[in-house]
Design a binder for this molecule. Sequence first.
Ligand code: BGC
Length: 738
Amino acid sequence: MQKKLWPAVAIAAAVSAAAHAEIPTSALDFAPLSTVLNAFASAAAHRRAESLVEKMTLDEKLQFIHSQYAMSSVPGGGAGYIQGVPRLGIPDLNMADSSTGSGSTSQPSTTFPATIAVAASWDRQLASNYGKQVAIQLRAQGFGMGLGGGTNLAREPRGGRLFEYLGEDPILAGEMLAERTDGTQSQKVIATIKHYMGNEQEHGRGGGNSQIDERTMRELYLLPFEIAARTAQPGNVMCSYNRVNGTYACENSHILNDVLKNEWHFEGQVQSDWGAAHSTAPAINAGLDEEEDVGSTVYLTPALVKQAIANGSVSTARLNDMVERKLYVMIRDGVMDDPAKGGKSINFAAANAFTQSTAEQSMVLLKNASNQLPLAAGALSRIAVIGGHADAAVLTGGGSGNTRDPVTGAFSGCGGLTFGTSSGCSWWTNPWLKVETPIVSAIQALAPQAKVTFAGNSDQTSPFRAYTQQEISQAATLAANSDVAVVVVAQPAGEDFGDLQSLSLANPTNQDALIEAVAAANPHTVVVVESGNPVLMPWKDKVSAIVEAWYPGEAGGKAIANVLFGKVNPSGKLPVTFPARDQDTPTWGTDGSFQTDPVYAEGLDMGYRWYDAKNITPMFEFGYGLSYTHFGYSDLSVKRLPGGLTDVSFDVRNDGRVAGAEVPQVYLGVPYQGEPPRRLVGWDKVALNPGQSRHVHVVVTPRMQSVWDTTHSRWQYVPGSSVYVGASSRDIRLQGRS
Ligand code: BGC
C-alpha cells in the first residue's frame, strides 16, 4: 500500500500506469492527499488555538510550556505531564514513551518488535499499523501523546539505540516514520519524531558535538525528519541531547527555526528531550516550545520565563506562539475535544497477534545453503535448540523503549524470571528478556512428534554470563545427536548503556565459540540472531542457515518457529549493512574508539554508500534478504512524466514454487560530485503466488533526483541519473537512465 498522491500527480502517473490505483512514489515534492484535505481543518484549528491563547492568563500559558516532573493524571504516569486549564475546557495532557510499545510506568502494555524490525519489513502499511496499534494502547491508558518515532540514522552501527530507529537510509527511515506517524495520529494520539538531530550515538550522550556539514545534513540526517514532518505532520518534534555544529540541538536556531519551522512549515511543537534544554531565552528564541522537567536543572520554569519576559529577552508574542502550537496540535489531533481518559481495557490478544505478524514480516533470511530451511517437521525426530535463553524468552531493547508485560505487569527482565540484577524491576534494569515467548515450546508445537531438547545457559541469576566450556561441549554433543541444531544468539543493547564496543556477539562473549562448536558437530546448523544492531558472523560459512530476527517482541518465539518451519515465507530485507569486520565500518577509524564530539567526516558516504564508494564488500548488504522462493526481474522502462516525475516500471515474477513477497528497490546514481554510487529513491513490496508476475511502478519525484547546493542553499535537480532496480543495494537486476 502506498500513500495516495495529489489528484494532479495521480493523473499524471496514471498515464503510464493505468491499471494501478495506487502508485509508489518516492517522498517529497508532493503532499499526500490527506494534507490537502486537512488544510481547511488546520486553519480552523489555528483560529481556535489563537482565541484560547487570548483568554489565557500568563500563569496558564507558562503551565503549557513546561512539563511537570513526576506528576500525572493517569495511574503511575508516563514520562511527562501538562496540566490542563479546566475553565477554558483544555484537558490535561499525559505523555508516555512508545518506541516499541507504551511506556506507562504502571500499566501493562504489549511489547511490539523493535522499530528496526519495522524498517526491515519495508512494508508501509505495516508501519502505519504499528503506529496505530501502539497508539490504541497509549490512549486506552490515558496518554494523549506518544514519544516513540525515533529515526536517527544508523551512521554508527554500534549505536546503543539502533533498535529504536529505522536503519541507515533516509528515504526508508523517513517514509516508514511518516507512516507510523499517520497511524498514531489516526487514533487521536499526538505523535513524536525524535531525536532531532545528529544524535546517532550514545557516546557523549549529555551534549557531544555532532559536526556535520550542511549538505550531509540535508541529504542524510535531516531528511527522514523532513519526510515525516512534511508528509505526516507529527504534532511533536523532540530535540536531542547533543550539540549540532557547536550549539545544543534544543537551542539551535538553524535546525529549529530556519529549517524545521520556516522551511518545512512545521506547525507543531518542539519539545526538549528529558534534560536537553540548556538555557531560557536562547532556547526559546531558537525555537524550543516546551521543556521537559527532569527534576534537576530546568530552564523553562514559570519563574525563569516570567523573568525573561520582564527583561525583554523573550517576547510575549513568542510565548503565545509556543502555547498556540501546543493547543493547535491538541485541537487538530482530536486530543482537545476527546481527551484520552484512561482506564479502558486493551485487547492484548489482538495486539499479540499483530506483534507476531510484524515479527514474521520483518525477519531477514540471510543464508540458506542447500535449502536447509524451511525445516520439514515430519522428517525430524531430534531437534536441538541451543543458547539465547530460547527455553524461556526473547530479547528486547532496554531503556525508555521498554514496556511492562501484559501477563505479569512487570518490566521485561522481571516478569516470571528471577534474574539476580532485576530486583528493582525498573526499565533501566538489565537484562531485558521478554519472558512469555519461548522458542523451544513454539518449535515443539510445530514438530509435535520430534524430541526438542534445549541446551545452553539456563542461569537466570546472570543471563548474559559467558557459556562455560562444559556448556559448550554439552551443546555440541546434543547437536551431534540431533537431526538439526538451532542456535539462538542475542546481542543486548539499550538506552543509557552506551554503544556496543564491537559488532561481535559480545554478551555473552563466547557465543561465537558456541556456534563454531555446534556447527562442527552438526552440518545442519541454523543460527537465529536476536539483535538491534548488525552483528559480525565469523562463522557464516560454517553454518547452513541464518535468520536475523531483531528484537522480535512478545510473540517472537512463535514468529521465529513459523519462519523456521515455513509457515511464513521470510520477506524482510536489511535496513542496515552487516559488515564483515568492525574495521570496515565508516566510524571505526584506526582503533574503534568513539568520538565524544563526532565529526561526520565520511560525509554522504554513510551506510551502504560507504561500502559502495570504498569498494568494501560487506557481509550482507543493505536491502538484502532471501526468500523460500525466488524472483525474476525484467522489462525495465524509465519514462518522464509531467511535473518532473520519473516513472520507473518493471516486471517482478515469482519463479519458485511457494508464495512469497519481494521488495524491489530503485536506486539512482546521481551524476554530481560527491554523490555516492547509488542511493535508494523508492521501493515496493509485492506479494506473488508461484508463477505470478506484477508490473511494478515506482514514481521518483524531482527531489529524489536532486542534491543540496551549498552555494545557493537550495536543492538542485540533476538530470541524467543512472537507474538501478535490484533485489538489494548490490544485487542489481535491471539498469537504465533517467
Ligand atoms: C530519551 C527519550 C525519551 C525520554 C523520556 C530520554 O532519556 O532520550 O527518547 O523519550 O527520555 O523517557
